[in-house]
Design a binder for this molecule. Structure first.
Ligand code: DX5
Ligand code: ZN
Length: 217
């Protein structure tokens, strides 16, 4: 299970996005948090910024859509250059159709679960996805404390992936740091989003390397 570290641009300086993206080259993906002030109480960026970022970095973009009506908007993020597009299970009207559309347009399709959303109702959908994201904070803001109570859900999801023999990546997002990443890895996560732990560090590239080393331990 190869470990992937995805720095979240949410904790970067939005006035210097291109430079901030370059500062973490060597990371596997750049995690881009799209928020619409409806699905979550915060507003970040949209399609035009994703288009510019895709031109500014060679690191592929992992777009996490915390928005209402992803069925309508997600395909535009593939067109904007995202290599992976994550929609929320709680917001999607037709998750299977949406995942198929994202894949058909040429990106990896992923679905996210908020902390109170169980994975079990989605067991039969997992083969339609390239990645499942388990939120380890309530979505909306960077810098929140990691929710330890999500570890059993990560374990149960890893078990489902094994049981069905799937290639699915298992991502965690929220409060991932030097002190929590080992617990996530031990529970079965293999893709780690880190915002404040990377961009809050004096050397973001070094922070990515340190997180990788800990997750691989
Ligand atoms: C929160 C976002 C996260 C956020 C994580 O809703 O989805 O991607 O950037 O930030 P940290 O790593 O600081 O918790
Ligand atoms: Zn995110």
């Amino acid at each position: 299970m190869a470990v992937q570290i995805n720095p979240s641009i949410l904790s970067a300086d939005f006035a210097r996005l291109a430079e901030e993206a370059k500062a973490v080259e060597g990371a596997d993906w750049l995690h881009v948090d799209v928020m619409d002030n409806h699905f979550v109480p915060n507003l970040t960026l949209g399609v035009p910024v994703v288009e510019s970022l895709a031109r500014a970095t060679d690191t592929p973009l992992d777009c996490h859509l915390m928005i209402e009506a992803p069925d309508r908007w997600a395909p535009q993020y593939v067109e904007a250059g995202a290599g992976s597009v994550t929609f929320h299970a709680e917001a999607a009207a037709a998750p299977v159709r949406l995942a198929r559309e994202i894949r058909a347009k040429g990106a990896r399709a992923a679905m996210a679960l908020k902390p109170a959303t169980p994975v079990e109702p989605y067991e039969d959908l997992l083969p339609e996805l390239d990645m499942l994201l388990i939120m380890t904070v309530e979505p909306g803001f960077g810098g929140q404390a990691f929710l330890d109570i999500m570890l059993p859900k990560i374990r149960r999801t890893r078990e489902l992936i094994r049981k069905h023999g799937l290639e699915l990546w298992l991502q965690v997002d929220g409060g991932v740091s030097d002190s929590t990443i080992e617990r996530c890895a031990e529970a079965g996560a293999d893709v780690f989003v880190a915002g404040s732990a990377v961009y809050g560090a004096s050397d973001p590239a070094e922070a990515v390397r340190a997180l990788r080393t800990r997750a691989e331990a």
